[in-house]
Ligand binder design. Sequence first.
Ligand code: UD1
Length: 338
Amino acid sequence: MDKILVTGGLGYIGSHVVVELLEKGNQVVIIDDLSNAYESVLDGIQKITDKRPLWENVDIKDKTSLSSFFDKHQGFDGVIHFAASKSVGESVANPMLYYQNNVVGLLNLIDACLKNNVNNFIFSSSCTVYGKPDNLPISEDEPIKPASSPYGATKQMGEQILEDFSKSHGLKTIFLRYFNPVGAHSSGLIGELPINTPQNLVPFVTQTAAGVLEKLTVFGDDYDTPDGSCIRDYIHVQDLADAHIAALNYLESSKETCEVFNIGTGQGNSVLELINSFMEVTGVEVPYEVGERRAGDLPELYANPEKAIRKLNWKSKLDMKQALLDAWRWEKNYRGIK
Ligand code: UD1
């Protein structure tokens, strides 16, 4: 697969995947409407790879601009679809935005792919589709439970929609169910840069360490876990980017039309462990307090990544400490901190 369309390619995960694709010699075209990304990410990508990918400001909700985009750009071998909204809390407050962006946008993109003979599709899914799992670690066979937020519902629907098109139109599809992506490119030139106050733990930690935010709140230390704080599977965004390359290679050779893979390390770490590791590896103090539980948080989630190891020939290589060092390098670079 040579020519790849990356939707949301200026966002956090998308930009790291674009770098990997360019470094592997792929042609990349990005569409991104800058709703949660900055155009300057292109400079970071260019500094790392010596290549500046084509970018068009296209909102996938807008069928007309999507179709003019495809009139201009043809011959894609595959699409990697990141362009979606991802904040659980925001989805509860504004479900319309989530159904529009994540469902209507997806339908428009599938329609455009079918009309333009783009037959390989990688979909950013999430461990959120499992809801509260019965078993740990979570394997792909774990039943899908009712979603606890509109965001989660849109990821479940996205998978269902793609499965139907894969059956009816032979669209070859892979869903990658990410656990908790963290870290940044080792160059410190691209990383996670939310437009508003971060909702996720690691950007909250790095922005507190940088003095941008005053204090971090640990959402609950009375869970039934060894230290009372929640446990997650923190996967380095570089490893996650590699998983997309592995998935593209797999799509090329596989006869399966629709497959799902968990993308995690298989290792769970608590919120308090993460904060302490950050302070240990960076030597920077992070002021924090323990607060109330956050509605909707589950005590413990971590992946069984065996299927991806076996079939995609992919495995995470970088640990949480490395991810925290990389996230901090990026935050310092961005803020101009020595
Ligand atoms: C959530 C979604 C996931 C989505 C991800 C990215 C669920 C179950 N998970 O993950 O699908 O892809 O967001 O948007 O819907 N925490 C604090 N203080 C903070 C922030 C977080 O203590 O200021 C804790 C949380 O309680 C949680 C852990 O840190 O235990 C990780 O939180 P977060 O980074 O928001 O990710 P998830 O909620 O696990």
